[in-house]
Design a protein around this ligand. Structure first.
Ligand SMILES: [Zn+2]
Length: 128
């Protein structure tokens, strides 16, 4: 990446980082008022589902923030490494980085590490 591109990515990372921090933690516990409004037991499964979703989103956000600080450190210390997959060292496509500036892996390695996230392939070999 050229120094200009790196500066651009750095700005993107900082903006995304600020956004994520500003969002804060999602409420996982239902507010007392909401519980009082819907005392019926039918609401319970929905509440539990919302809690699961909220805690998953918090985990995703924490993970993304961690990725962003790793990326910022890398741009600072080893700018040549930024934008390369940590696993296979392939360049991560620019479009992916613009969507997820903190991405540490290319799509293939990400899916291999985390097959539950939309990847249908279970093994790297399935690509060949
Ligand atoms: Zn890779």
């Amino acid at each position: 990446m050229t120094p200009d591109e790196l500066a651009q990515m750095r700005a993107l990372l900082l903006r995304r980082q600020a956004e994520l921090i500003e969002m804060g933690d999602l409420a996982i516990e239902p507010k007392a008022a909401e519980v009082a409004e819907r005392p019926d037991e039918d609401a319970q499964p929905l509440t539990e589902m919302n809690q699961v979703i909220a805690s998953r989103r918090n985990a995703d956000r924490t993970r993304e923030l961690r990725g962003i600080s790793v990326a910022l450190r890398r741009i600072h210390n080893n700018p040549d490494d930024y934008g390369h997959c940590e696993e296979c060292d392939d360049p991560i496509p620019r479009g992916r980085l613009e969507l997820m500036p903190g991405a540490q892996y290319c799509v293939r390695c990400q899916e291999a590490r985390d097959p539950s996230r939309g990847g249908k392939r279970k093994h790297l070999r399935d690509f060949e």
